[in-house]
Design a protein. Structure first.
Length: 244
């Protein structure tokens, strides 16, 4: 087993070391799909642990010798975001479990953030103008600081009301598929926003506001993202048809 722990949480070392053997039988299961997420209470501190699914053999080889695992990336990216003043739950540690010399499974630990996610913008796009504006400001700030989120689905952004000028605090999660760039291009930024939502009304409002904040042509920016989504949806529909 390999692991790294945030120096601020070194007192949780025993908990971290025990996780591979205790994960399935302790804590509260809060998400169970491709990956599993459990919430633990460790000496009064709420800790979220995400266990990634066991990858395919070629990915295990890749994570063993050529690039960081998802768990390690989530930890390192989270630490870097905080250094850039981009809000994300504070990373606590990551664990890489190995079997027969190859990477087997990864765990990422972070502080718990119980804020709701931004899917409310998809469901009621015309009723939350201030919240949408705060979210778009957050996206612009991310991109201008060189961070391009790998999955901008609204469920990966959390919010809470606060006393800031924007009136809301936005936090991002699920960042392991992201990347950093010294100067993300317009195309790169807009392409990354394609995943926000497939609901056209909400998507157009968000992309339009984003383009306005960047000083870009609004119609061209919205059309680019809409065209990208439609091509993606057609490819997905064709794949489903071929696979039956």
């Amino acid at each position: 087993m390999k692991s790294e722990i945030n120096p601020r949480y070194i007192h949780l070392q025993n908990f971290v070391d025990s996780l591979p053997s205790t994960f399935d039988t302790s804590g509260e299961l809060i998400y169970d799909a491709r990956n599993k997420v459990r919430l633990f209470n460790v000496d009064g501190l709420p800790v979220v642990v995400k266990r990634y699914k066991v990858p395919m053999l070629h990915q295990r080889i890749d994570y063993s010798f050529f690039r960081p695992s998802k768990a390690k990336r989530a930890y390192l990216f989270g630490m870097r975001l905080l250094s850039l003043s981009i809000s994300t739950p504070e990373p606590i540690a990551y664990i890489e479990e190995y079997r027969r010399g190859l990477f087997y499974q990864g765990y990422f630990l972070s502080a718990f953030c119980g804020d709701p996610d931004l899917r409310i913008l998809r469901e009621e796009p015309n009723k939350h103008e201030e919240l949408m504006s705060a979210f778009v400001h957050f996206l612009v700030d991310m991109h201008e600081k060189g961070f391009v989120h790998g999955d901008t689905n609204l469920s990966n952004f959390l919010y809470r009301a606060d006393a800031s000028p924007m009136k809301y605090h936005i936090t991002t999660i699920d960042i392991n598929r992201s990347h950093f760039s010294s100067a993300p291009s317009k195309k790169e930024c807009l392409k990354s926003l394609m995943r926000i939502t497939h609901e056209r009304i909400a998507m157009k409002k968000i992309i339009g506001e984003y383009a306005r904040m960047r000083g870009w042509n609004v119609d061209m920016s919205v059309d680019y993202v809409v065209d990208s989504i439609e091509r993606f949806e057609k490819r997905k529909a064709m794949k489903r048809k071929i696979l039956g």
